[in-house]
Each structure stands twice: as C-alpha cells, then as structure tokens.
Design a binder for this molecule. Structure first.
Ligand code: NAD
Length: 286
C-alpha cells in the first residue's frame, strides 16, 4: 500500500493528508471502527468531545499495536466547555478518555461562547506538551482573522466544511495568508447533492476505474486539503484510502472545480438562526 503523504503545519508538525473521522460513530462502535481504520492503513483519527466516543477511540489507540508516535490524534473542545478553566479541565478529561498523554491536534470546535478562554487553555496545553498543535474549526474569515491576529499562537489548522460543492475558495485565500492548513469536514458532503452519482465525478471515475467518492476525495487531496472521510464499513474505509496511486489531470481538476457552489450544504455559521440553533442544542446537551 502507498504511504499517506503528510502536510507540514505552520509549527513544523507533520500531519497525514488523509485521516479517519468518527462523527456520528456510536460510542459502542467507535473502538471497532478505529481498529478497522488503523488496520487498513489510516494513522490519523479525528474525534471531538461532542462526539461522545473519545473512550472508544482511546481503547483502539491502546489496543492497536501501533506506537503512539506513529498515530495522529485530533480532538476538539466543545462549546459547553468554553472558557480557560473549563476548557483546561475538559482537555485533561479528553486525554484520560483517549488514554494518551498528548493529542497531536487540539481544535476549538465552534466559534461560540468564550473561545478565547478556550484558546488560552489550549496554548497552555501546547506549551505543556499536551498538544503538538492547536487550531480552530468552523471559523470563517472574519473570526479566523481575529484569532489569528490576536492570539499568541496562529492556528495551525482550520477544519471547515469543504467538498466539491463548497470548495472554500475565499476562506482558503485567508488561511494561506496566515500559513494555516485547511482541513475538510464532510469531504464527501455526507452524500448530499447526489455526490455519489454526480455525472462529472462518475465520468472522471470511469476513466480511472474509480468511484465518484474516490474522485471527490482525490480532488481535495490534490488541492492540498486535509481530508478525514468517515465510514463505519471496512470496505469503504479501504475505498476512501485507495486514492494514492492515480492523479487527476489539470483538465479533470478544472471540471471538478466548476462544481463549486460556494455555499454550505448544511448551515451558515454567520446566520443568526444557526447561532440560536447551536445555543439551544448546547442547552439540551449540557
Ligand atoms: P463525510 O463527507 O465523510 O461522509 C460520510 C458518509 O458518507 C458516511 O456516513 C457514509 O454514509 C458515506 N460514505 C463514506 N464513504 C463512502 C463511500 N466510499 N461510498 C459511499 N458512501 C460513503 O461526512 P462526515 O462524517 O460528516 O465528515 C467527516 C469527518 O469530519 C467526521 O467524521 C468528523 O470527524 C469531521 N466533522 C467535523 C465537523 C466539525 O464541525 N468540525 C462537522 C462534521 C464532520
């Protein structure tokens, strides 16, 4: 199997360009899924406090037989744990659940509540060796520039919705100015907008003997985007990783670029209704 290339983050840390995400993986399934993912070749795992499956991920980390320094583990501080003290406590809790002394990447999950306090706790975690890199998620250009300018540590990564239908062309210009790596969540758009049967993707796939999913993932990877596709099925984990032994031509890349709608397929973090929805969700999931 081809090895997964790394990207170099702005603090020199190397991060695999393909990882495995565990959003919506049931807590009782997480250990099996992560063990499967590691056995098919993934080394980077993306979880979050709000996924309620850090314990399963931790069991897999401790049982997989791969040395810890060959794995790349990401978790995220949730809105309810915002603020310096609470975030610091939650980071300790995440490390305990993940059965590790450090995470490779620690992100603020959402740009809400006292995220500056959280970021200060994350900077402390970075300096204490409890995180090798820190960053943000769902920070759109306005909030991203604010934190990149005013925090002591420029975010190493911004994890945002990115797929063939929302290519984040504007956000990427701003991230590049600060040397911040874009990481895609929803690299397959969770199949929305007919991604798996999209004619452009299936036609290009036919030319390479690949599926639409593989073409969508290869497009992002070839554009320098870190991807963390999720599947609970081992054969799909393999399929999503089998994108290293072919490349898309410049003409194929531009046909896929033309699929960009420049808009979210979920919600807009700058929309007041979205913000209210998140606040209600947090109240219900205290
Ligand atoms: P995704 O785009 O990776 O799609 C996953 C879904 O697509 C699967 O549940 C499955 O139904 C389907 N699928 C996967 N591989 C397939 C294949 N080869 N063929 C056909 N169907 C396939 O969506 P996601 O899970 O939302 O995003 C990936 C990861 O990003 C998450 O697991 C999580 O780690 C992260 N994430 C982060 C945020 C955030 O706010 N930071 C939000 C969503 C997701």
């Amino acid at each position: 199997m081809n090895s997964i290339p790394n990207v170099t983050l702005n603090n020199g840390v190397e991060m695999p360009i393909i990882g495995y995400g565990v959003y919506q993986v049931e807590p009782q399934e997480a250990e099996r899924c992560v063990l499967d993912a590691i056995s098919v070749g993934y080394r980077s795992i993306d979880t979050a406090q709000a996924y309620y499956n850090e314990e399963g991920v931790g069991l897999a980390i401790s049982k997989c037989g791969i040395p810890r320094d060959q794995l790349f583990i990401t978790t995220k501080v949730w809105i309810n744990n915002a603020g310096k003290e609470r975030a610091a406590k939650s980071i300790e809790e995440s490390l305990r659940k993940l059965k590790t002394d450090y995470v490779d990447l620690l992100l603020i999950h959402q740009p809400f509540n006292d995220y500056y306090g959280s970021y200060h706790a994350m900077q402390d975690a970075l300096h204490a060796g409890k995180a090798r890199a820190i960053g943000v998620s769902n920070f759109y250009p306005d909030r991203f520039i604010d934190i990149a300018r005013f925090a002591d540590v420029v975010p190493a990564v911004n994890q945002i919705e990115t797929h063939v239908f929302q290519q984040q062309k504007i956000a990427r210009k701003h991230l590049a100015r600060y040397g911040t790596q874009i990481e895609s969540w929803g690299p397959l758009a969770e199949g929305r907008n007919g991604l798996f049967t999209n004619p452009v993707l299936t036609n290009i796939g036919a030319a390479h003997g690949r599926t639409a999913a593989q073409i969508a993932l290869r497009f992002l990877m070839q554009s320098g985007v870190v991807i963390i596709p999720k599947s609970t099925r081992r054969e799909r984990m393999e399929e999503n990783l089998a994108i290293l032994d072919f490349s898309l031509t410049p003409e194929e890349m531009s046909r896929i670029e033309a699929l960009d709608g420049g808009k979210s397929l979920w919600f807009n973090h700058e929309d007041p209704e979205t913000v209210e929805w998140f606040m209600e969700y947090c109240k219900e999931h205290k």
